[in-house]
Design a protein around this ligand. Structure first.
Ligand code: DO4
Ligand code: MG
Length: 274
């Protein structure tokens, strides 16, 4: 079952049909302990007359958005490379191997853009990339309730200059995209599920890459447990699980680029660069 937040309320897609889900709003539904049962009940009601994909919003209201980093070997290597002048190699290697993951605050709902909307490059960044990531929706009890697609927009030059600049490299207006839906499931995603990234510039594909969840070094449940250690999230929370796709060092995003991220079983998230 795929849950959509839209300008006309919340809908669930099930076996090719869409159903309206009764809820005060997204926050009330997502923080509810009976989320799954309520959505399941909606699929036993009447099929919605029509569903317009243009009405789809980012699946977030007051949930905080957090992110894990350096959870794929590709990301470890990219971080070591970009921070070599700052002497960064050692700590990225150490966090990749450590029991405690890297977790950082990424966005409030206000900074998140939905499908079809513009993500941004920082005005003071020279080297920017999208990071296509599996994102967990975690309920207030700490249990994984579902999965969505995220783009953790990043300024690699700022992050590489000094690791203490990470919040500036990662958190700014339009630095985060989520959507188009939340795949509701309490089961783990299959390790064979693929993540694909394609970047199109003036009609030409200028980057494409892929990975699978088999390359994700950490168990999503373990990431959720660390996030909930001494922190509560009464409205639920989104947690990016890290990127396993990093374009080569010569690549930087440009205004007008279209970014496609696809995760098997969830769907496709499309955004353009402002
Ligand atoms: O350590 C920097 C952040 C890395 C990151 O966002 C990722 O690996 O996805
Ligand atoms: Mg990331």
């Amino acid at each position: 079952m795929k849950l959509y937040r839209t300008t006309n309320g919340v809908f669930v897609e099930h076996q090719g049909n869409f159903y309206s889900v009764a809820a005060l709003d997204w926050d009330e539904l997502v923080s509810s302990t009976s989320l799954l049962a309520r959505v399941r009940a909606a699929t036993e009601g009447e099929v919605a007359g029509s569903f317009d994909h243009k009405t789809v919003l980012a699946p977030v209201m007051s949930q905080e958005v957090w992110a894990a980093g350096v959870t794929y070997y590709r990301s470890r290597n990219a971080r070591i490379d970009e921070s070599k002048d700052a002497g960064g190699g050692d700590f990225y290697d150490r966090v990749y191997a450590a029991e405690r993951p890297e977790l950082f605050f990424k966005a409030t709902g206000r900074r998140v853009v939905g499908p079809g909307k513009a993500v941004r490059i920082r005005s003071d960044a020279k080297w920017s990339v999208p990071e296509p990531e599996l994102v967990l929706l975690i309920d207030p009890t700490g249990a994984i309730a579902g999965y969505t697609i995220g783009n953790d927009m990043s300024s690699r030059d700022i992050e590489g200059e000094n690791p203490l600049y990470l919040p500036q490299a990662k958190v700014y207006d339009g630095s985060c995209a989520l959507g188009p839906c939340v795949l509701l499931s309490t089961e783990p995603m299959s390790k064979t599920a693929g993540i694909q990234l394609e970047i199109v510039r003036q009609g030409n594909v200028v980057f494409s890459g892929s990975t699978t969840l088999a390359e994700l070094k950490r168990d999503p449940k373990e990431l959720a447990t660390f996030l909930f250690r001494d922190s509560s999230f009464p409205q639920g929370v989104f947690l990016f699980t890290g990127t396993g796709i990093v374009p080569g060092n010569e690549f930087t995003l440009a205004s007008g680029d279209i970014i496609w991220i696809e995760i098997d079983g969830i769907g496709k998230l499309e955004n353009y660069v402002a």
